[in-house]
Design a protein around this ligand. Structure first.
Ligand code: AP5
Length: 226
C-alpha cells in the first residue's frame, strides 16, 4: 500500500532511522531517501559534491545547507516519489526544514509526518560502535544486537562488512554535539506545526517497527493528518 505523504524520521546518529526506513520502504513500497547514503554515494563516485562533503563528514560536521538542498531537490524530481517517501537524516537544520516545507507545498503534498526516534546516549554509542554495513548492498548489521551469520560477511549478498569512518569514537562525539546543536531544535519546529510523533527507539528492532507501523497506519487512515 503506498503512502500519501512525506514521512521524516528524525533522531540522533545510531537511533535506528536507517534500519527502520529500509523496513518501512519494503513494507509500504515507497522510496527511502537517506541524505547520508546520497552523500556517501557522491564520495564513492568522486563527484564535486563528494569532494566537498567528505572532509566534513569525516569530522562529524554537517554538509552546508545549499549543497544538501540542491541534492534533495534533484532527487525529488524523480517520478518514484509521487505518492510518498521516507526521509532519513533530512532535514537536519531549521533552514533545511523551511525549504522542505516550501517544496512539499509546491508539489501538493500535505504536511509531513515527522517521527522522532528517542534513545539515550549510552545506547547510541554502543549501537554506533557495533555497526557494520555491507559494502555491496548497504545492509546494516550490529555486532551486539544483529550480527551476521558469518563474521564480516553479509548474509544477503556475501559482501564484505565495513565500519563507517564516522563511527570512530572521537567522531561520534562530534556528531552527537552537531545533532544537539543543529538538529534537535527541529522537534520543537515540527511540534509547533502539530506534525510530530515520538517513538521509544530504545526498544528492540521488532518493537520499534510495530510502533512505527501503528503511527503510520493512524496517519494514513481516514482520520489521519492531511
Ligand atoms: P547519516 O548517514 O544520516 O547518519 P546519522 O543521521 O548520523 O545516522 P546513522 O546512519 O549513524 O544512524 P541511524 O539512525 O540510521 O541508525 P542505524 O539504523 O544505522 O549522516 C552522516 C553524515 O552525513 C552526517 O554526519 C553529515 O555530515 C552528513 N549529512 C547527512 N544528511 C545531512 C543533512 N541533511 N544535512 C547536512 N549534512 C548531512 O542503526 C545504528 C546501529 O544500531 C546499527 O548497527 C543497527 O543494526 C543498530 N540498531 C538499530 N536499531 C536498533 C535497535 N532497536 N536495537 C538495537 N540495535 C539497533
Amino acid at each position: 500500500m503506498p503512502l500519501n505523504r512525506a514521512y521524516i524520521f528524525l533522531g540522533p546518529p545510531g537511533a535506528g532511522k536507517g534500519t527502520q526506513s529500509k523496513r518501512v520502504a519494503l513494507q509500504w513500497g515507497v522510496p527511502h531517501l537517506s541524505t547520508g547514503d546520497m552523500l556517501r554515494d557522491a564520495i564513492r563516485r568522486g563527484t564535486e559534491l563528494g569532494r566537498l562533503a567528505r572532509p566534513l563528514m569525516e569530522r562529524g560536521q554537517l554538509v552546508p545547507d545549499d549543497l544538501v538542498m540542491k541534492m534533495v531537490e534533484e532527487r525529488l524530481r524523480e517520478s518514484d516519489v509521487a505518492s510518498g517517501f521516507v526521509f532519513d537524516g533530512f532535514p537536519r537544520t531549521i533552514p533545511q526544514a523551511r525549504q522542505l516545507d516550501r517544496i512539499l507545498e509546491n508539489r501538493g503534498f500535505g504536511k509531513p509526518v515527522v517521527i522522532e526516534f528517542c534513545v539515550n546516549e549510552d545506547a547510541l554509542i554502543r549501537r554506533l560502535s557495533g555497526r557494520r554495513t555491507c559494502s555491496v548492498g548497504g545492509e546494516i548489521y550490529n555486532l551486539y544486537d544483529a550480527p551476521p551469520k558469518v563474521d564480516g560477511i553479509c548474509d544477503r549478498d556475501g559482501g564484505k562488512l565495513e565500519q563507517r569512518p564516522d563511527d570512530r569514537p572521537e567522531v561520534v562525539k562530534d556528531r552527537l554535539c552537531a545533532y544537539d546543536r543543529q538538529t534537535r531544535p527541529l522537534a520543537e519546529y515540527y511540534s509547533r506545526q502539530n506534525a510530530l510523533d515520538e517513538v521509544d527507539a530504545s526498544r528492540n528492532m521488532e518493537e520499534v517497527s510495530r510502533a512505527l507501523t501503528e503511527i503510520m497506519r493512524r496517519a494514513e487512515g481516514p482520520n489521519g493528518r492531511l
